[in-house]
Design a protein around this ligand. Structure first.
Ligand code: IYR
Length: 259
Protein backbone atom coordinates (compact mmCIF):
# COMPACT_ATOMS: atom_id res chain seq x y z
CA UNK A 1 0.00 0.00 0.00
CA UNK A 2 1.32 3.40 -0.90
CA UNK A 3 0.37 5.90 1.75
CA UNK A 4 -0.70 9.30 0.57
CA UNK A 5 1.36 12.25 1.68
CA UNK A 6 -0.88 14.43 3.78
CA UNK A 7 -1.76 17.83 2.26
CA UNK A 8 -1.08 20.85 4.46
CA UNK A 9 -3.76 22.09 6.81
CA UNK A 10 -6.10 24.29 4.80
CA UNK A 11 -7.36 26.80 7.29
CA UNK A 12 -5.27 29.09 9.44
CA UNK A 13 -5.53 28.63 13.18
CA UNK A 14 -4.74 32.09 14.43
CA UNK A 15 -6.44 34.52 12.10
CA UNK A 16 -6.99 37.10 14.83
CA UNK A 17 -3.33 37.07 15.87
CA UNK A 18 -2.09 38.27 12.51
CA UNK A 19 0.28 41.16 13.00
CA UNK A 20 0.37 43.04 9.76
CA UNK A 21 -0.74 40.99 6.78
CA UNK A 22 -3.90 38.96 6.23
CA UNK A 23 -3.83 35.27 5.25
CA UNK A 24 -4.87 36.14 1.79
CA UNK A 25 -1.96 38.49 1.46
CA UNK A 26 0.61 36.14 2.83
CA UNK A 27 -0.57 32.58 2.19
CA UNK A 28 -1.22 29.67 4.50
CA UNK A 29 0.55 29.63 7.85
CA UNK A 30 3.20 26.95 8.19
CA UNK A 31 2.41 23.86 10.17
CA UNK A 32 4.14 23.48 13.50
CA UNK A 33 6.99 20.98 13.53
CA UNK A 34 5.83 17.78 11.78
CA UNK A 35 6.39 14.36 13.32
CA UNK A 36 8.77 11.99 11.58
CA UNK A 37 7.00 8.99 10.05
CA UNK A 38 8.33 5.92 8.20
CA UNK A 39 9.02 6.44 4.48
CA UNK A 40 6.05 4.57 3.08
CA UNK A 41 5.75 6.09 -0.38
CA UNK A 42 9.00 4.69 -1.83
CA UNK A 43 8.61 1.94 -4.43
CA UNK A 44 11.63 -0.34 -4.92
CA UNK A 45 11.97 -1.22 -8.61
CA UNK A 46 14.09 -3.87 -10.32
CA UNK A 47 16.96 -2.30 -12.29
CA UNK A 48 15.47 -3.35 -15.63
CA UNK A 49 12.26 -1.63 -14.75
CA UNK A 50 14.20 1.46 -13.67
CA UNK A 51 15.93 1.45 -17.04
CA UNK A 52 12.76 1.16 -19.05
CA UNK A 53 10.98 3.80 -16.98
CA UNK A 54 13.91 6.23 -17.19
CA UNK A 55 14.14 5.73 -20.95
CA UNK A 56 10.39 6.05 -21.48
CA UNK A 57 10.24 9.21 -19.39
CA UNK A 58 13.16 10.75 -21.27
CA UNK A 59 11.66 9.84 -24.64
CA UNK A 60 8.38 11.44 -23.72
CA UNK A 61 10.02 14.58 -22.31
CA UNK A 62 12.18 14.83 -25.41
CA UNK A 63 8.96 15.26 -27.40
CA UNK A 64 8.20 18.47 -25.47
CA UNK A 65 8.53 21.60 -27.53
CA UNK A 66 7.85 25.18 -26.63
CA UNK A 67 4.83 26.13 -28.71
CA UNK A 68 3.82 29.66 -29.69
CA UNK A 69 0.66 29.02 -31.74
CA UNK A 70 -2.32 27.82 -29.76
CA UNK A 71 -5.96 26.93 -30.36
CA UNK A 72 -8.61 28.73 -28.34
CA UNK A 73 -9.97 25.30 -27.29
CA UNK A 74 -10.50 25.26 -23.51
CA UNK A 75 -8.40 22.92 -21.40
CA UNK A 76 -10.05 20.78 -18.72
CA UNK A 77 -9.79 22.49 -15.36
CA UNK A 78 -9.29 19.23 -13.47
CA UNK A 79 -6.24 18.43 -15.61
CA UNK A 80 -4.72 21.81 -14.74
CA UNK A 81 -5.55 21.23 -11.09
CA UNK A 82 -3.72 17.90 -11.02
CA UNK A 83 -0.72 19.38 -12.82
CA UNK A 84 -0.55 22.14 -10.22
CA UNK A 85 -0.83 19.51 -7.50
CA UNK A 86 2.24 17.90 -9.06
CA UNK A 87 4.07 21.24 -9.02
CA UNK A 88 3.13 21.53 -5.36
CA UNK A 89 5.05 18.31 -4.61
CA UNK A 90 8.33 20.02 -5.50
CA UNK A 91 11.05 20.20 -2.87
CA UNK A 92 11.54 23.68 -1.44
CA UNK A 93 13.95 25.49 0.86
CA UNK A 94 13.04 24.57 4.47
CA UNK A 95 9.78 23.18 3.01
CA UNK A 96 8.38 26.71 2.80
CA UNK A 97 6.58 25.95 -0.52
CA UNK A 98 7.15 29.52 -1.67
CA UNK A 99 4.92 29.43 -4.74
CA UNK A 100 1.48 30.44 -5.86
CA UNK A 101 -0.20 29.58 -9.15
CA UNK A 102 -2.86 31.86 -10.62
CA UNK A 103 -4.83 30.15 -13.38
CA UNK A 104 -6.38 32.65 -15.77
CA UNK A 105 -8.96 31.54 -18.29
CA UNK A 106 -11.12 34.70 -18.14
CA UNK A 107 -10.73 36.27 -21.62
CA UNK A 108 -10.98 39.82 -20.28
CA UNK A 109 -8.10 39.25 -17.89
CA UNK A 110 -6.07 37.44 -20.56
CA UNK A 111 -6.55 40.46 -22.80
CA UNK A 112 -5.36 42.81 -20.05
CA UNK A 113 -2.29 40.64 -19.55
CA UNK A 114 -1.59 40.60 -23.28
CA UNK A 115 -1.88 44.37 -23.64
CA UNK A 116 0.34 45.02 -20.62
CA UNK A 117 2.90 42.41 -21.70
CA UNK A 118 3.07 43.75 -25.26
CA UNK A 119 3.59 47.29 -23.96
CA UNK A 120 6.63 46.07 -22.00
CA UNK A 121 7.88 43.92 -24.86
CA UNK A 122 7.70 46.82 -27.35
CA UNK A 123 10.08 48.72 -25.06
CA UNK A 124 12.24 45.63 -24.71
CA UNK A 125 12.58 44.97 -28.45
CA UNK A 126 12.94 48.62 -29.42
CA UNK A 127 15.71 49.67 -27.09
CA UNK A 128 15.68 48.29 -23.58
CA UNK A 129 17.29 44.99 -24.55
CA UNK A 130 21.01 45.13 -25.31
CA UNK A 131 21.94 44.18 -28.89
CA UNK A 132 23.73 41.08 -27.65
CA UNK A 133 20.48 39.81 -26.11
CA UNK A 134 18.45 40.55 -29.24
CA UNK A 135 21.06 38.77 -31.37
CA UNK A 136 20.89 35.72 -29.09
CA UNK A 137 17.10 35.66 -29.54
CA UNK A 138 17.01 36.31 -33.27
CA UNK A 139 16.95 32.63 -34.30
CA UNK A 140 13.73 32.08 -32.32
CA UNK A 141 11.86 34.70 -34.35
CA UNK A 142 10.21 36.28 -31.29
CA UNK A 143 8.97 39.87 -31.28
CA UNK A 144 6.74 42.15 -29.18
CA UNK A 145 3.51 40.56 -30.44
CA UNK A 146 2.16 38.06 -27.92
CA UNK A 147 -1.17 36.84 -29.38
CA UNK A 148 -0.84 33.53 -27.52
CA UNK A 149 -1.64 35.34 -24.27
CA UNK A 150 -5.15 35.77 -25.65
CA UNK A 151 -5.60 32.81 -27.96
CA UNK A 152 -4.45 30.09 -25.57
CA UNK A 153 -7.32 29.44 -23.20
CA UNK A 154 -5.21 28.99 -20.08
CA UNK A 155 -2.45 31.06 -18.54
CA UNK A 156 -0.83 29.85 -15.35
CA UNK A 157 0.91 32.80 -13.76
CA UNK A 158 3.48 31.61 -11.25
CA UNK A 159 4.34 33.81 -8.29
CA UNK A 160 7.27 33.44 -5.92
CA UNK A 161 6.46 34.11 -2.26
CA UNK A 162 9.41 35.91 -0.78
CA UNK A 163 8.10 35.40 2.73
CA UNK A 164 5.12 33.79 4.39
CA UNK A 165 3.59 33.62 7.84
CA UNK A 166 4.39 31.51 10.89
CA UNK A 167 1.86 29.87 13.23
CA UNK A 168 1.20 33.18 15.00
CA UNK A 169 0.93 35.17 11.82
CA UNK A 170 4.45 36.49 12.16
CA UNK A 171 6.46 37.11 9.01
CA UNK A 172 8.56 34.06 8.12
CA UNK A 173 11.42 34.37 5.69
CA UNK A 174 11.58 31.94 2.77
CA UNK A 175 14.85 30.41 1.60
CA UNK A 176 16.04 29.48 -1.89
CA UNK A 177 12.87 30.99 -3.31
CA UNK A 178 14.01 31.21 -6.94
CA UNK A 179 15.42 27.69 -6.89
CA UNK A 180 12.29 26.25 -5.28
CA UNK A 181 9.89 28.00 -7.63
CA UNK A 182 12.07 27.05 -10.61
CA UNK A 183 11.91 23.39 -9.62
CA UNK A 184 8.12 23.55 -9.13
CA UNK A 185 7.74 25.23 -12.51
CA UNK A 186 9.80 22.51 -14.20
CA UNK A 187 7.61 19.88 -12.61
CA UNK A 188 4.50 21.75 -13.77
CA UNK A 189 5.82 21.87 -17.33
CA UNK A 190 6.57 18.13 -17.21
CA UNK A 191 3.12 17.36 -15.77
CA UNK A 192 1.32 19.40 -18.44
CA UNK A 193 3.35 17.74 -21.17
CA UNK A 194 2.70 14.29 -19.72
CA UNK A 195 -1.03 15.12 -19.62
CA UNK A 196 -0.98 16.05 -23.32
CA UNK A 197 -0.93 19.84 -23.26
CA UNK A 198 1.54 22.11 -24.96
CA UNK A 199 3.22 24.92 -23.04
CA UNK A 200 5.13 28.12 -23.51
CA UNK A 201 7.24 29.76 -20.82
CA UNK A 202 6.80 33.48 -21.20
CA UNK A 203 8.69 36.08 -19.21
CA UNK A 204 7.63 39.59 -20.15
CA UNK A 205 10.35 41.92 -19.04
CA UNK A 206 9.65 43.48 -16.57
CA UNK A 207 6.54 41.69 -15.37
CA UNK A 208 5.54 43.66 -12.29
CA UNK A 209 2.22 44.47 -14.00
CA UNK A 210 1.07 40.90 -13.24
CA UNK A 211 0.90 41.71 -9.53
CA UNK A 212 -1.55 44.53 -10.10
CA UNK A 213 -3.59 42.91 -12.89
CA UNK A 214 -3.99 39.77 -10.76
CA UNK A 215 -4.23 41.63 -7.47
CA UNK A 216 -1.43 39.72 -5.77
CA UNK A 217 -0.07 40.61 -2.33
CA UNK A 218 3.15 42.41 -1.50
CA UNK A 219 5.03 39.26 -0.45
CA UNK A 220 4.74 37.75 -3.95
CA UNK A 221 6.70 38.50 -7.10
CA UNK A 222 5.75 37.28 -10.58
CA UNK A 223 8.07 34.49 -11.68
CA UNK A 224 6.83 33.38 -15.08
CA UNK A 225 3.72 33.01 -17.23
CA UNK A 226 3.14 29.44 -18.36
CA UNK A 227 0.82 29.32 -21.36
CA UNK A 228 -0.94 25.95 -21.59
CA UNK A 229 -3.18 24.65 -24.32
CA UNK A 230 -3.55 22.78 -27.57
CA UNK A 231 -1.19 23.63 -30.42
CA UNK A 232 -2.84 25.23 -33.45
CA UNK A 233 -2.95 22.93 -36.49
CA UNK A 234 0.15 23.60 -38.53
CA UNK A 235 2.02 25.10 -35.56
CA UNK A 236 5.70 25.32 -36.39
CA UNK A 237 8.69 25.26 -34.03
CA UNK A 238 12.34 26.10 -34.61
CA UNK A 239 14.42 23.10 -35.65
CA UNK A 240 16.60 23.04 -32.54
CA UNK A 241 19.03 20.41 -31.33
CA UNK A 242 19.42 19.45 -27.71
CA UNK A 243 22.90 19.05 -26.32
CA UNK A 244 23.97 15.41 -26.08
CA UNK A 245 24.62 13.84 -22.69
CA UNK A 246 28.36 14.45 -22.82
CA UNK A 247 27.62 18.13 -23.44
CA UNK A 248 25.56 18.50 -20.28
CA UNK A 249 26.97 15.99 -17.81
CA UNK A 250 30.27 14.94 -16.28
CA UNK A 251 30.61 11.68 -14.37
CA UNK A 252 33.28 11.39 -11.72
CA UNK A 253 32.98 7.70 -11.11
CA UNK A 254 33.67 5.05 -8.58
CA UNK A 255 33.17 1.57 -10.01
CA UNK A 256 30.37 1.09 -12.56
CA UNK A 257 27.23 0.00 -10.73
CA UNK A 258 26.58 -3.74 -11.11
CA UNK A 259 23.03 -4.93 -11.65
N1 IYR B 1 10.62 38.33 -22.97
C1 IYR B 1 10.84 38.46 -24.40
C2 IYR B 1 12.19 38.13 -24.83
C3 IYR B 1 12.61 36.72 -24.73
C4 IYR B 1 13.70 36.42 -23.95
C5 IYR B 1 14.19 35.14 -23.90
I1 IYR B 1 15.90 34.77 -22.83
C6 IYR B 1 13.58 34.12 -24.66
O1 IYR B 1 14.08 32.82 -24.60
C7 IYR B 1 12.49 34.40 -25.45
C8 IYR B 1 12.01 35.72 -25.45
C9 IYR B 1 9.76 37.71 -25.17
O2 IYR B 1 9.05 36.92 -24.59
O3 IYR B 1 9.64 37.93 -26.38
Amino acid sequence: MVAEVRPCRESPSSRSERLTLTDDQIGEPMEDRPDFVPLSTWIERPVDEMRSRARAFYENMNRRRTVRDFLTRPVPRDVIEDCIRTAGTAPSGAHMQPWHFVVVTDPTVRRRIRLAAEAEEREFYSGRAPDEWLEALAHLGTDAEKPFLETASCLIVIFARRYGSGPKGERRKHYYVQESVGIATGMLIAALHEAGLATLTHTPSPMGFLSSVLDRPENERPFLILVAGYPAPGARVPDLNRLPLDGIATFIEDEPVED
